[in-house]
Design a protein around this ligand. Structure first.
Ligand code: SAM
Ligand code: DTB
Ligand code: SF4
Length: 343
């Protein structure tokens, strides 16, 4: 069997060859790699909240929140702390162990960061892991987030360096890599992945995976989003991506980054149960749970509970990475172990 130790020197040719393998061979290898590092029937779940919505100065062609496009979005200023805490409490009651807060900023101001830090500390106080996605950061801001106890920072590469310019013009691929470096160097766990179905080629998908897998350390969490086509955005008319191509990309991500959580991210509402099951088979072991992503719909919690029941999957109750790092359970998580809503 292929050597599955963590490698950081993958070539484009090797990754394209992976994506081209017969589907059954690719899935078998991905599932085998997955089982070496994870419980194959456990899925980590996070809940998302948009803490500042819309009016963003960037021009990401897929995004409902860019001020450049006429979408039906209701913009909203940075939410008050109490509203964030009550959303986190309700996510915890439903079984989420991580709370992810997203803000539609090109980058946060230092004043904005003060308020987000209060939110991170409050959510931590509930015994949940925290993740934020706030756009580009300076080194000093990454340091402040680390000091605040932030667990994960989400910042996606989104697509290949070659295709990037066709999707976003207001910042560069290099800018994204720079923020990821600041975050990683502060010791914050990195969540970084991309979006499929934006009209990119298989070569682009391989190139994006190569960028992620060849980072100095693999992102601890790798979200693979299916484009949610939002009316009013330049990418609203993109063709459907072949679902098997999506599953192949998940499988390749699992093989390339064997110890990372691969997150079956946006786009699940439009996926059949069978396709999601194939993604779990291919090594996806993390997802967003709860009716809303940031500005678009996610499957109803009830549909997900039913799906988990039918597949014999369980919600992960604590983060293996935290335990491996010797952090143990966080206060408050004991209550979670007996959460009544576990499927
Ligand atoms: N403004 C910050 C940034 O861009 O980094 C944080 C929020 S942004 C909405 C987070 C990520 O969500 C994007 O990088 C993109 O990968 C994903 N995303 C946004 N809109 C999407 C869509 N319509 N379909 C799929 N993924 C999307
Ligand atoms: C990620 O990769 N996907 C999430 C999270 N990171 C922040 C966001 C998905 C957004 C989907 C479109 C929306 O709801 O606005
Ligand atoms: Fe702004 Fe992030 Fe949307 Fe780009 S993806 S327009 S940076 S909110």
């Amino acid at each position: 069997m292929r050597n599955t130790d963590t490698r950081h020197d993958w070539s484009q040719v090797e990754i394209e060859a992976l994506l081209e393998r017969p589907f059954n061979d690719l899935l078998f290898e991905a599932q085998s790699v997955h089982r070496q590092h994870f419980d194959a029937n456990e899925v980590q779940v996070s809940t998302l909240l948009s803490i500042k919505t819309g009016a963003c100065s960037e021009d990401c062609g897929y995004c409902s929140q860019s001020a450049k496009y006429q979408t039906e979005l209701q913009t909203e200023k940075l939410l008050p702390l109490e509203q964030v805490v009550s959303a986190a409490e309700s996510a915890r009651a439903k079984g989420a162990t991580r709370f992810c807060m997203g803000a539609a900023w090109r980058n946060p101001t230092d004043k904005n960061l003060d308020r987000v830090i209060e939110m991170i500390q409050a959510v931590h106080g509930l015994g949940m892991e925290t993740c934020v996605t706030l756009g580009m950061l300076t080194e000093g801001q990454a340091c402040r987030l680390r000091d605040a106890g932030l667990d994960y920072y989400n910042h996606n590469l989104d697509t290949s360096p070659e295709f990037y310019g066709q999707v976003i013009s207001t910042r560069t691929f290099e800018d994204r890599l720079q923020t990821l470096a600041f975050v990683r160097e502060q010791g914050i766990r990195v969540c970084s992945g991309g979006i499929l179905g934006m009209g990119e080629s298989r070569r682009d998908r391989a190139s994006m995976l190569r960028e992620l897998a060849n980072l100095p350390s693999h992102p601890e969490s790798v979200p693979i989003n299916m484009l949610v086509r939002v009316a009013g955005t330049p990418l609203q008319g993109c063709d459907d991506l072949d679902p098997f191509e999506f599953v192949r990309t998940v499988a390749a991500a699992r093989i390339l980054m064997p110890r990372s959580y691969v997150r079956l991210s946006a786009g699940r509402s439009e996926m059949s149960d069978e396709m999601q099951a194939l993604c779990f088979m291919a090594g996806a072991n993390s997802m967003f749970y709860g009716e809303r992503l940031l500005t678009t719909d996610n499957p109803e919690a009830e549909r997900d509970r039913l799906l988990f029941q039918r597949l014999g999957l369980r919600f992960q109750e604590h983060d293996e990475l935290q335990l491996a790092a010797g952090c143990g359970r966080k206060p408050g998580l004991e209550q979670m172990a007996t959460t009544p809503e576990q499927p």
